[in-house]
Write a protein that binds this ligand. Structure first.
Ligand code: S3P
Length: 164
């Protein structure tokens, strides 16, 4: 069974996924890294700027399909993975989906000054995305974990506990 983390940018999908994988001796898969590698670009921002978001989403769908064939891995998705239901259908095949839920106020603090996320450069637009996606994260999740005021280790422990 794969564990897949979904949630908004800055919710901790990568950090929590990496630590969980280390603790459980599983492979950690970072979907954005695979997308970047496939794109031939040097950063996610460069894919958005030069190829456009549509190209990014096409690559994301290819990668979602490929990683769904994995077993016993921890998969950290990108925040927009829920915008395409097909991605979720792939990821749910043999996978347990965990949503990391973080308030917008907390995300703003965590992502202050972050230039690596093209969709978090404009606060109003980011807030709109957050409102639309929050419903989707919770709808698609098999389990939701709140992360505000909780350390990475605490969140990882919560994930380990749901598997018991
Ligand atoms: C995106 C989130 C990013 C990355 C890309 C698009 C989004 O991943 O996939 O910038 O649409 O929310 P993180 O959630 O890891 O920041």
């Amino acid at each position: 069974m794969n564990i897949i983390f979904i949630g908004f940018m800055g919710s901790g999908k990568s950090t929590v996924g990496k630590l969980l994988a280390q603790r459980q001796l599983r492979e950690h898969i970072e979907m954005d890294d695979l997308i970047l590698h496939r794109s031939g670009r040097s950063s996610i921002s460069e894919i958005f700027a030069k190829d456009g978001e549509i190209r990014f989403r096409e690559l994301e769908m290819e990668i979602a399909k490929e990683v769904s064939k994995k077993e016993n891995s921890v998969i950290s998705s990108g925040g927009g993975v829920v915008m395409n239901k097909i991605n979720i259908d792939y990821l749910k095949m043999g996978g347990f989906v965990v949503c990391l839920k973080t308030s917008f106020r907390e995300l703003e603090k965590r992502l202050k000054g972050d230039m690596t996320r093209p969709l978090f450069q404009n606060k109003e637009k980011a807030r709109e995305l957050y409102d639309v996606r929050s419903v989707l994260y919770e709808t698609y999740a098999d389990h939701v974990i709140k992360t505000d005021h909780r350390s990475i280790v605490e969140v990882v422990t919560s994930v380990i506990n749901i598997q018991l």
